[in-house]
Design a protein around this ligand. Structure first.
Ligand code: CO
Length: 287
């Protein structure tokens, strides 16, 4: 990015998130939506859960529906069993990802597959365009060892869930309307990280561990640093090194009508979603 027309993205907004409880009583940090930030088109929600107290996570997320968007679960620690109304079942393991396109609708449950120990990770909701809200549900699921990893000479390690790195490593998850970047980046102390981000795409960074500066501005751990306009990110790790998520995607610029587990374009479509779910059209999680 030596060209004079190139523009480095700066931190435009810092979002602290809000402690909340969801599912049957899972304690987590909801980074958005909140009073601070309603959404970051096409991203509708980001939850961060991190606890070694089973009381915070054992209740899990018993059967509930989704329609009109995608749920992305990425685990840093722990194991989560997933089961849905189409008979799909599996365990997301520590370091694994599930990119679920709910489309026209599924009912699913997401329950911890452990009695104790650490459970930590993220759930991101990604909106679908009107033209894809009613497509059949589909999954892209990857075991931890299936996620491409780029290791640089300076010790940088990038787990590439989606998108393509500056070095050309393509992510595991493909063919998503949002053309997302979803990286889990680990930097040794003092290392510089660079990544092109398509102008016009919304982007943010979540610092998991250590310290990092974006365009000379330090980012606070556990907060969302929302990046302003530009064509690239340049970040420098502090003395302890850093681990962070970098997420970006193409905005839809469509009307959003959302209610609980449904995200559509109009109130009428939301009413239809509730009616279809009540009528059993999504099916039910067995057992
Ligand atoms: Co769900």
């Amino acid at each position: 990015m030596d060209s004079e027309s190139a523009k480095i993205r700066r931190v435009a907004q810092v979002v602290a998130g809000q402690a909340t409880s969801d599912g049957a009583g899972v304690n987590l940090m909801r980074m958005f939506p909140s009073m601070e930030l309603d959404m970051l088109d096409p991203f509708l929600m980001l939850d961060n859960f991190s606890s070694n107290d089973p009381d915070d996570y054992l209740a899990g997320f018993p059967p509930h529906p989704h329609r009109g968007f995608e749920t992305v679960t990425y685990l840093l620690h722990g194991n989560m069993r997933h089961k849905d109304s189409a008979g799909h079942e599996g365990v997301i393991r520590s370091g694994g990802v599930q990119w679920m396109t709910a489309g026209s609708g599924i009912e699913h449950s997401e329950m911890p597959e452990q009695e104790d120990g650490w459970m930590s990770g993220f759930q991101l909701w990604v909106n679908l365009p009107a033209s894809q809200k009613m497509i059949p549900p589909r999954y892209q699921e990857f075991e931890p060892e299936e996620i491409p990893v780029e290791e640089l000479a300076d010790g940088t390690v990038i787990r590439v869930i989606a998108g393509t790195t500056l070095g050309g490593t393509p992510g595991a998850v493909t063919q998503i309307n949002a053309q997302p970047i979803y990286f889990d980046v680990t930097l040794p102390a003092g290392t510089r990280f660079q990544q092109p981000i398509t102008p016009g795409h919304n982007a943010f960074l979540f610092l998991i561990e250590g310290g990092i500066s974006v365009a000379e501005v330090p980012v606070t751990r556990g907060t969302l640093a929302i990046l302003g306009e530009g064509d690239s990110l340049q970040a420098v790790a502090g003395d302890e090194g850093a681990r962070f998520l970098l997420i970006a995607g193409k905005p839809l610029n469509e009307p959003v009508a959302r209610s609980g587990p449904f995200v559509m374009n109009s109130e009428e479509e939301l009413r239809q979603a509730y009616a279809d779910y009540r009528a059993g059209k999504f099916g039910h999680v067995a057992g």
